[in-house]
Design a protein around this ligand. Structure first.
Ligand code: GDP
Length: 297
């Protein structure tokens, strides 16, 4: 299960505090030392951990907390609130363009789950929001990607736009948007090229596709299992493309939590959805408060 180690360690730290009736500044310090180690062990970004510990400590050692009737409860509440804030506060919605179709670009490294997630998102838009999406195969470098998207489209009964692998992604995006306009489709989901590593050619291509397609959302798909690497990848993609949100995949695995807890603070961009499995229904909106409560038990 995701976050298991982190969850257990944080819960232990909280339980120790709960046992005490009155708590002192030293007790808070001791607890925060354990919280710090738990977060570092979960692969949370070092600076994020440092800031988090400082914020919680500053709030927790205030007289109104320590002298309250249930100080342990108050401190735990502060940890919960700050964990929620760390992951971005309120849950975010999918943007809608003032004029249809709304374009969403899916970007990310190969293997992160981009193509699968494009299918999942299309299904969510169709089933939960009663929208008409068009999936666009713009990853022309990996022929299997086009095939994969076409198979997904058939499975979901959602149209897929493809011009094979000889036409540029920019041209594919342009023609796909025109088709969506002609056929009154609401969403255009562009599955862009992924690579094993970030490189300049990839970023230039993605910037070009962004320019012609004027997307309302650029969702960066990252694999939660890759921990701090996911955060570094997110930071680079965001710097180059100014993404609007992150979709964190493979949260059904035994990921430690580093990516989920660091991405927002490092990039300033919210996690909007999480992938919870290989099935096409396994995409969930991300609720920071629920995630914080789940971690703290
Ligand atoms: P892409 O190269 O980024 O387009 O990645 P794919 O969409 O081909 O996905 C790579 C692999 O990850 C596939 O085997 C997917 O089934 C799997 N995958 C994607 N999202 C999830 C998820 O949320 N959970 C799990 N367990 N597997 C996922």
């Amino acid at each position: 299960m995701a976050f298991e180690g982190l969850s257990e360690r944080l819960q232990n730290a909280m339980a120790k505090l709960r046992k005490k009736g009155k708590i002192s500044e030293a007790d808070v310090k001791e607890m925060m030392r354990e919280v710090r180690l738990a977060l570092l062990e979960a692969d949370v970004n070092f600076k994020v951990v440092k800031d988090f510990v400082k914020t919680v400590s500053d709030r927790a050692v205030g007289a109104e907390v320590l002298e309250s009737l249930s100080p342990a409860q108050q401190v735990i509440k502060i940890v919960n609130e700050e964990l929620t804030a760390l992951m971005g506060g309120e849950q975010s919605q999918i943007a809608v363009a003032p004029k249809s179709p709304t374009v969403i670009m899916m970007v990310g490294l190969q293997g992160a789950g981009k193509t699968t997630t494009a299918g999942k998102l299309a299904l969510l838009l169709k089933k939960k929001q009663n929208r008409k999406p068009l999936l666009v195969a713009a990853d022309i470098y990996r022929p299997a990607a086009i095939q994969q998207l076409e198979t997904l489209g058939k499975q979901l009964d959602i149209p897929v736009f493809s011009l094979g692998d000889q036409v540029s992604p920019v041209e594919i995006a342009k023609q796909a948007i025109q088709k969506a306009k002609d056929e009154h489709l609401d969403y255009v989901l562009i599955d862009t090229a992924g690579r094993l590593h970030i490189d300049e050619t990839l970023m230039t291509e993605l910037r070009d596709v962004k320019e012609v397609s004027n997307p309302s959302e650029i969702f960066l798909v990252v694999d939660a299992m890759t921990g701090q690497d996911a955060v570094t990848v997110a930071d680079s993609f965001n710097e180059q493309l100014d993404v609007t949100g992150v979709i964190l995949t493979k949260l059904d695995g035994d990921t430690r939590g580093g990516a989920a807890l660091s991405i927002r603070a490092v990039t300033g961009k919210p996690i909007k959805f999480t992938g919870q499995g290989e099935k096409l229904e396994d995409l969930e909106p991300f609720y920071p408060d629920r995630m914080a409560s789940r971690i703290l038990g």
